[in-house]
Write a protein that binds this ligand. Structure first.
Ligand code: 4AD
Ligand code: MG
Length: 468
């Protein structure tokens, strides 16, 4: 017998499907809902390829009572039947089932995704099953589309995808928030003469951690291939239980030789706009669903970002604005403080009503590698601030002058001998260069309209949670 062709559900919603009407087809997927009456059952089937379900119409006479009883929400089916035009609204075709094979049942008593309208908090407790919901399948399809668009953007512009190591002996951001990597016996570690743990006996012969950023090795790439980008996981052991922090998150870090801070800002703005436009063009069904469920202004907000220039100003100008603000902040404002999310959001949402790029921060609140300005006080750093999110990008022009860099490292207590490989970029053929890091999940928060970062990554990592 000839095998009946399986069609993915997304293809059933394309115009070209009209040619297949009247033919026998096969669909496979998970039952979202089943309803019906004495003579007919309607099964909404979803295979993950799209937010849309295909309606399977099962004539009660063709199937045994037992068979129909086992078809419940969450069960997985293979359906063969006739593709016909649908009378129901919101769909142009449906399937009149001839045979239904049940690949896997889902016990009504035990399967947790029975009824609709579970809270996001509840779904976070069953993160291994939540991709089966409309919300999370939509979010994760958008996540895929954004990852693809990132590679496309850079590839089309002559950047090379560069792989920085995940295990490293250096702390790029200098914040001391690293997860240690060791194979030493924790119960009984070897000790040196001073009684301290002897890391020379560890796997790498030195103290190592998971990386907080691929930038430092990325700079090596830029100083040879010209324009590179990294896109990989990064790890931060900061004890931040906020809707915007993960301890394992993905970051995109482009690094470009011969780019000054202005070029860096131009690239950051163009890059984000491209990604948002890509989502508008390619994720329409999922964005419309997310808009209808969570955020009525989602698509309007996305369009606004694409259509308007980001406001650019210095940290010092921002401090002036914040000092004059009528709003009372929890963290007081004066020149030199690190901006908190409440300050960033005031600038973006209340004052400018637009994405903002802040530059020229006090050197004390930024990392050692940023290029120092003539004033001796500020560095050529830049943060891109977004509505609802706050900081979405952090970056800078890099200090290319060896002496200035060494001076700054000494001030913050970084041993030059540990960073000799990095300093070689300044020692040999140094060049002006710049780069930035985009937090992938922060971007996804903005694009999907979700409000908790734990809901835009399949298996979130945060303090006290490493399930799955
Ligand atoms: O501002 P950050 O710390 O910058 C760097 O790591 C630089 N080395 C980047 C570079 O210049 N190549 O982090 C960059 C971005 C932030 O703007 C934010 O979007 C995201 O990474 N980010 C986080 N996202 C989720 N959870 C966290 N704990 C994050 N910390 C930073
Ligand atoms: Mg930052």
């Amino acid at each position: 017998m000839e095998k009946i062709r399986r069609i993915e559900i997304i293809d059933l919603f394309k115009d070209s499907i009209k040619e297949t009407i009247g033919q026998e087809i096969c669909v496979k997927g998970w039952v979202r809902t089943k309803r019906g009456n004495k003579s007919v059952a309607f099964i909404a089937l979803n295979d993950g390829s799209t937010i849309k379900n295909i309606q399977v119409v099962a004539d009660v006479e063709k199937f045994t009572e037992d068979q129909l009883k086992r078809i419940t929400t969450g069960a997985c089916l293979k359906v063969e039947g006739l593709l016909v035009e649908s009378m129901g609204k919101g769909q142009s075709v449906e399937i009149q089932a001839n045979t239904i094979e049940i690949y896997g049942e889902a016990d009504v008593e035990k399967y947790p995704l029975q009824k609709k309208g579970h809270t996001l908090e509840f779904l976070r407790e069953i993160a291994h099953l939540r991709p089966r919901t409309n919300t999370f399948s939509a979010v994760f399809r958008v996540r895929h589309a954004m990852a693809y668009a990132i590679h496309k953007y850079f590839n089309d512009r002559g950047f090379f995808y560069w792989h920085s190591p995940l295990i490293t002996a250096s702390d790029c951001e200098g914040a001391g928030e690293m997860f240690q990597v060791t194979t030493l016996d924790m119960e009984n570690p070897p000790r040196n003469e001073e009684g301290k743990i002897d890391y020379t006996q560890d796997f790498y012969g030195k103290h190592t951690s998971l990386t907080v950023s691929g930038q430092l090795e990325g700079e090596l790439g830029a100083m040879s291939l010209g324009k590179i980008y990294t896109f990989g996981p990064t790890f931060r052991a900061e004890n931040s239980n906020t809707p915007r922090h993960l301890s394992e998150f993905w970051m995109i870090e482009p690094e470009m030789a011969f780019f000054e801070i202005e070029d860096n800002m131009d690239l950051a703005e163009d890059f984000i706009k491209y990604l948002v436009q890509y989502a508008l063009d390619n994720c329409q069904d999922d964005l419309e669903f997310l808009q209808s469920m969570y955020d009525k202004e989602l698509i309007e907000r996305l369009r606004f970002v694409v259509d308007n220039n980001f406001v650019r100003l210095t940290y010092t100008e921002a401090i002036d604005i914040l000092s004059q603000a009528k709003q009372k902040f929890e963290f007081p404002i004066h020149w030199g403080v690190d901006l908190q999310s409440e300050h960033e959001r005031y600038l973006v949402e209340k004052h400018f009503k637009s994405p903002v790029i802040l530059t020229d921060y006090p050197k004390e609140i930024k990392a050692f590698y940023m290029k120092q300005n003539e004033d001796g006080k500020t560095v050529r750093g830049m943060d891109v601030l977004f509505p609802l999110i706050g900081e979405i990008i952090g970056g800078s022009q890099r200090e290319e002058n060896m002496d200035k860099l060494l001076e700054r490292m000494a001030e913050v207590g970084i041993e030059a001998k540990d960073m000799d490989w990095y300093l070689d970029t300044r020692r040999f053929g140094s060049a002006p260069h710049s780069g930035f890091g985009l937090g992938f999940e922060r971007l996804l928060l903005f694009v999907t309209g979700m409000s908790n970062i734990r809901d835009v990554i399949p298996f979130p990592r945060y303090p006290k949670n490493a399930n799955y």
